[in-house]
Design a protein around this ligand. Structure first.
Ligand SMILES: [Zn+2]
Length: 210
């Protein structure tokens, strides 16, 4: 018997049809080859100074990969990108003091998708960097409208307001928020403010793309 979580481990149709192709060049025996990753545009900007993103979300391949990892269950596409993110994060001073906290998804969306891709990213980073990850510190307290529905920056910030809370007492003084993509930074900003007002000393954020 499969549990709901196991169901998403079943390969996607793409993986069944093309089990050994790179998602970018359709060659090479890997989900996403090093050459395709090397050719992607890297992120040069950030909505807030404490946020670091490594890939440019306007890059067509990055956009397709992240979309597929979210909506087509291509979780196998994430590790090659997460590996690059981990290399970047090695330069964080006192990295061992930090706990990774993925941005939680609204419960109904996680139930429908079966997984939270930010959680998967944080778990892989935790293994690569040997630092802890917590999915219980930060919780969703309301479901915001989809970002696409909100138009202006101030609308997005208002939409995220009150989205997060903390669960119980926080023992981590240093937290790295993890998300797959940031656009205006409104989600990370709201999560960071909640953690800072609940006694966390330092909150920075890393995302795959911006
Ligand atoms: Zn390739």
């Amino acid at each position: 018997m499969y549990t709901l979580e196991d169901m998403w481990m079943i390969p996607s149709f793409f993986q069944i049809l093309f089990p050994s192709q790179c998602f970018g060049c359709r060659k090479n025996n890997t989900p996403l080859c090093p050459r395709c990753i090397r050719l992607t545009r890297k992120s040069l900007s950030s909505p807030y100074p404490y946020i670091t993103s490594i890939f440019d979300f306007k890059d067509p391949l990055i956009k397709r990969v992240i979309h597929a990892s979210k909506y087509y269950h291509r979780k196998d596409l994430l590790p090659p990108l997460v590996f690059e993110l981990a290399q970047e994060m090695k330069s964080v001073p006192d990295l061992h003091l930090y706990t990774l906290v993925p941005i939680p998804m609204p419960r109904i969306r996680k139930l429908l998708r079966g997984y939270n891709q930010s959680e998967l990213i944080a778990q892989q980073l935790s293994k690569l960097l040997s630092i802890s990850v917590s999915t219980s510190i930060l919780i969703r307290t309301k479901t915001p409208l989809r970002q696409a529905v909100t138009k202006t920056r101030s609308e997005r910030i208002k939409n995220q307001h009150g989205s997060f809370g903390v669960d119980g007492e926080i023992h981590s003084t240093h937290i790295i928020l993890i998300d797959d993509v940031t656009t205006t930074g409104a989600t990370l900003e709201e999560a960071r403010n909640v953690l800072l007002t609940n006694g966390v000393q330092s909150v920075i954020a890393y995302t795959l793309a911006h």
